[in-house]
Design a protein around this ligand. Sequence first.
Ligand code: COA
Length: 339
Amino acid sequence: MYNSKITGLGYYVPDNIVKNEDLKEFMETSDEWIQERTGIEERRWIDPKTGDTTAVMGAKASRIAIERAGLTKDDIDFIVFATLSPDMYFPGGGVQVQDMLDMPTIGALDVRNQCSGFIYAMSVADQFIKTGMYKNILVIGAENHSGGLEKSTRGRGVTVIFGDGAGAAVLSRCSDSEKSQGKGILSSHLHSEGKHAKELVLEGPSTQRWVPEILEANNPDDVSYYPHMNGQFVFKHAIGRFSEAIMEGLEANNLQKEDIDMLIPHQANLRIAQFIQKKFQLSDDKVHNNIMKYGNTTAASVIIALTEAWELGKIKDNDLVVLAAFGSGFTWGSVMIRW
Ligand code: COA
């Protein structure tokens, strides 16, 4: 068995900054309400004139990650692409990135695990490298939320939270000496609880409710094609599941909470991240949050935050880095990395 490690990281967010105050143009809300409840000050929303899409942003982040890995697009053996907001119903974003980057006809897999998407994608890529099937895998998380949110007072409970962006990592096989030093991905832990699927959901259009049916009904009260979230229910479950996923990762590797050097929590809500930080008694320099600037970018959130923390020099050689996420499904999980 081989070990895998991250050799390149990159992220891309649209230039267009939407501050909390700017949202008042579409809805009744306030900077105070949003900051107090979520910690968000602003988010990036794609300006459609720029041509950015989920896949385009994913490709932009990928170029940076591949270059930083010291590789070229031809060295990549496989793509894993996580998103809940693909450019098309099918095919998924993986093949679009394969085309945009003019890559050879390698395999491309799409992951649909919402806020846990990047955790699942990393775990899948890690297994392919462990078995020796592939050496270098491009793992992407990207979201274009702004194209599908209900920008009105009715939708404000969800709309103010989400932002656009993309991140990418290159996962590569460790050398023998790195493996003997215990470097790379130590373990990943994935979970789901489908009975709560409807607590955070976008129902239509789907094969159960196809576009002609929605159009024919012409029902102005139909909000099934906007995301729905039972906020407080999600909040309560997120806190518990985040903690469990981190504990599970620590226990699987015989580690203690004191061993954590950097926690990258999915950026769902600053209050959730602060609760976890307190629970695991981590000092401020051991948790990286950026929801203030980007909102919740779902499958892109963990990889954008990880890249940013790394760029800021917050992650050093041999650090124990913990990635954890919870989201729609419900799905949740963690990835333990010895840097
Ligand atoms: N601006 C102003 N008021 C708003 C608002 C907004 N953007 N959104 C909702 N409100 C109002 C509601 O209408 C409600 O008003 P009412 O009491 O007159 O009916 C009031 O604020 C409270 O709404 P509620 O939904 O109960 O707020 P909350 O305290 O639960 O906070 C969330 C809402 C979404 C911030 C919070 O539940 C949360 O963060 N949940 C977890 C979200 C999450 O993690 N999601 C991603 C998982 S991956």
